[in-house]
Design a protein around this ligand. Structure first.
Ligand code: NAP
Length: 297
């Protein structure tokens, strides 16, 4: 039976990976307490002890704004740790699956970004994630790097949950309307990851290494995403009214790209894997939230 080690198991993606891979082998779900990615020795000890066949690394320093004031810690977790994971994976011929971000790009392109487009991160988080990609690739083992974007889920900290909270607590909300991207459901990323791994093992061993974009289909702005979230909710109390604003009116420590829509064509061509539209995926997350809420009543 395959041993599947999931790092960052309590994060949005980690939780969905646990659920999607539960019958794919023996799943070892490790959170920060079991394997701290800021401690490179802890990573080596974990891999040597668990000896997994597949490592799914969903752990990352994801606080985009805080990273501006903690660049060293963010670099250790997002930049150095993936390189150490890749070295240990190579020693035991394990497949390393790692996740990266749309924020490796500068947002100046007007069309969706493809994998080989030049990278130029605008913020510390993006720079550290890019370093992680490069460190994995330089190691030369078997690795799949999936760049995703604007991740949401019924669990954890994300835009969907923030909007649901603010939508009921506040009368007015101002949301950025000049950054374009693809909201992507953690569940769909987990499901696509499983399909790719199975397809790699069975039909495409030659594709078992590389960078792939993996986002939900379609695009919108944060404002458009907020509107769609509000439209799906049926609440007794009226929701906050939404106003679209330019990024220049929203003071955030980290600069974000104006366009970070990713093309998923390589994923489709190599593995015949496609994610649904972000609207369809949002329906799924909202439905899960409604079920959770009705159970809590
Ligand atoms: N969220 C997005 O919008 C987005 C967009 C593009 C790409 N991605 C990428 O997608 C992947 C999954 O992100 P996500 O949205 O699931 O993030 P998340 O919900 O923030 O989860 C990240 C997980 O990493 C863990 N972690 C943080 N520091 C750690 C450390 N030093 N050692 C071990 N674990 C640590 C966190 O644990 P604690 O709870 O203990 O902090 C958390 O469980 C990441 O690679 C991220 O960079 C995310």
């Amino acid at each position: 039976m395959k041993q599947i080690l999931i790092l960052g198991a309590q994060g949005q993606l980690g939780m969905e990976l646990q659920s999607i891979f539960r019958d794919a082998g023996r799943v070892i779900p490790y959170g920060r307490a079991k394997c701290d990615l800021s401690d490179l020795q802890s990573i080596r000890a974990t891999i040597r002890e668990a000896r997994p066949d597949v490592i799914l690394n969903a752990a990352a320093y994801t606080a985009v704004d805080r990273a501006e004031s903690e660049p060293e810690l963010a670099m250790r977790i997002n930049g150095e740790a993936p390189g150490t994971l890749a070295e240990e994976a190579r020693k035991i011929n394990a497949l390393l699956v790692h996740y990266s971000t749309d924020y490796v790009f500068d947002g100046l392109k007007t069309k969706p970004y493809v994998e080989d487009d030049p990278v130029r991160p605008l913020n510390v988080y993006g720079a550290t994630k890019l370093a992680g990609e490069r460190n994995i690739q330089q190691t030369g083992g078997r690795s799949l790097i999936f760049r995703t974007s604007w991740v949401f889920s019924p669990h954890g900290q994300n835009f969907l949950r923030t909007m649901l909270r603010f939508g009921q607590d506040r009368d007015q909300l101002r949301v950025v309307n000049d950054q374009k991207g693809a909201p992507t459901s953690a569940r769909e990323v987990a499901a696509a990851t499983r399909r790719v791994i199975e397809s790699t093992a069975e039909h495409k061993p030659e594709c078992a290494t590389g960078i792939y974009h993996m986002t939900c289909a379609g695009e919108t702005t944060w404002f458009g995403f907020a509107q769609a979230i509000f439209a799906k909710m049926h609440a007794e109390k009226p929701w906050a009214s939404l106003t679209g604003i330019p990024s220049s009116e929203y003071a955030a420590p980290a600069t974000r790209p104006a366009n970070s829509v990713l093309s998923n064509e390589r994923l489709k061509a190599d593995f015949d894997v496609e994610l649904p539209s972000w609207e369809t995926a949002l329906d799924g997350a909202v439905q899960t939230l409604s079920i959770q809420n009705s159970r809590a009543l």
